[in-house]
Write a protein that binds this ligand. Structure first.
Ligand code: CAA
Length: 381
């Protein structure tokens, strides 16, 4: 077992770190306060190859492995988890699925600009009555001649306002349950496509989230992804990789919390010396460091399995479940180490807590991850 990064991985880490520190960090606080989408930063991420990291260069991507993606996601999310989720959705929920299941027409027309970061994607599974219970899709797609007509609503869509292309799960045959769900690529400008109001969120405030509506939204048959009835499998298969991305995002927050706690504990004096000398603080720092390392091991393991073409869905669920829990716990501990200063905006740790919470909710709640893990354990026996 080799725990060392390759030279290429070290270079990716350096370039992601530099970009995060120099370009993303200076405006992160302002964008959080104003809930402002980082449009220019996303364009620059695209130019650097970070928006289609695992896509083949034949389709405009960087052709890198999942380990590289995890490394970059950690560095970007350490500085701004909002940018992290924008990048994660485009890479693992949109580009991955289009490369694996899209036709050549889809790849040439949609994947290439998405992988280059010239266009932005969104993944639309959740509905008002279909969150964890994702098979309960109410959005319908009826075929007439060379078009499908979509009707319904999607909720909580990351990149909902700013995306150009949307992957929509919709029911083409209600009688078949989840085997009657299909996936469609919808452009923002398609007739009958509408956007709801932007959500005012607790955290990841500079990523945008909104609902979408479809009123006889007219989608050409060429924009069906994979085949009719495969939409739920498409969603589950892409979400497996998405969960690795969110685990990496959570690690970024957990590590940033840990580093902030170390720094502050060396600076802040109480009882005549830095609080880092107090065992109460040292125990917290030790726990935080161990948790970050354990989260990394689970997440890199799931990424390595995916790269090796082996089953990884249960490992991805474990990585996401544990890393998101650690993100929340480390952010809380970082606030505790900072005392009153941790509760105000001047120190970044209060944002870390607000940003961390969503990692336990989206791309499958912690409870859903446990269900996925338990089913895999029981099936294996
Ligand atoms: N990987 C691959 N396939 C999977 C899978 C996985 N992790 N989990 C389920 N499936 C497949 C099953 O094999 C089955 O396929 P077949 O019928 O072809 O055999 C099919 O999905 C249905 O599975 P179940 O019978 O187990 O269905 P269920 O209703 O009992 O459970 C569920 C399904 C696991 C709970 C699923 O609904 C689920 O994952 N829910 C959570 C949804 C979710 O993660 N939403 C996130 C929204 S997207 C988002 O947050 C993006 C964002 O903006 C950041």
């Amino acid at each position: 077992m080799n725990f060392d990064f390759t030279e290429d991985h070290i270079l990716i880490q350096q370039s992601a770190k530099e970009f995060a520190q120099e370009v993303i960090a200076p405006s992160a606080v302002e964008r959080d306060i104003n809930a402002e989408f980082p449009a220019e930063i996303v364009k620059q991420l695209g130019a650097l190859g970070f928006m289609g990291m695992m896509v083949s260069p034949d389709y405009g991507g960087a052709g890198l492995d999942t380990i590289s993606y995890v490394i970059a996601m950690i560095e970007i999310s350490k500085v701004d988890a909002s940018v992290g989720v924008i990048m994660s959705v485009n890479n693992s929920l949109v580009c991955y699925g289009l490369e694996k299941y899209g036709t050549d027409y889809i790849k040439q027309n949609y994947l290439i600009p998405l992988a280059k970061g010239e266009k932005l994607g969104a993944f639309c599974l959740s509905e008002p009555e279909a969150g964890s219970d994702a098979t309960n899709q109410r959005t319908t797609a009826d075929k007439k001649d060379n078009y499908y007509f979509l009707n319904g609503m999607k909720n909580w869509i990351t990149n909902g306002k700013n995306a150009d292309y949307y992957l929509i799960m919709a029911t083409t045959d209600k009688s078949k349950g989840h085997k009657g769900i299909s996936t469609f690529l919808v452009e923002k400008g398609f007739e009958g496509f509408g956007q709801g109001k932007k959500e005012d969120k607790l955290g990841i405030r500079s990523s945008d989230t909104c609902s979408l509506t479809f009123e006889n939204c007219k989608v050409p048959v060429e924009n069906l992804i994979w085949e009719e009835g495969k939409g739920f499998n498409f969603a589950m298969n892409t979400l497996n990789g998405g969960r690795i991305g969110i685990a990496a995002q959570a690690i970024g927050i957990a590590e940033a919390s840990f580093e902030a706690a170390v720094k502050y504990s060396k600076e802040r004096k109480a009882f005549g010396s830095p609080i880092a000398n107090l065992q109460a603080i040292q125990f917290k720092l030790s726990d935080m460091a161990i948790k970050v390392d354990c989260a990394k091991m689970l997440t890199f393991k799931s990424a390595a399995l995916k790269d090796a073409g082996k089953p990884y869905y249960a490992e991805a669920a474990m990585a996401k479940l544990y890393s998101s829990k650690v993100a929340v716990e480390n952010a809380l501990d970082a606030i505790q180490v900072h005392g009153g200063y941790g509760y105000v905006r001047e120190y970044l740790v209060e944002r870390y807590l607000r940003d961390a919470k969503i990692t336990e909710i989206y791309e499958g709640t912690s409870e859903i991850q446990k269900l996925v893990i338990a089913r895999s354990l029981l099936d294996a026996k």
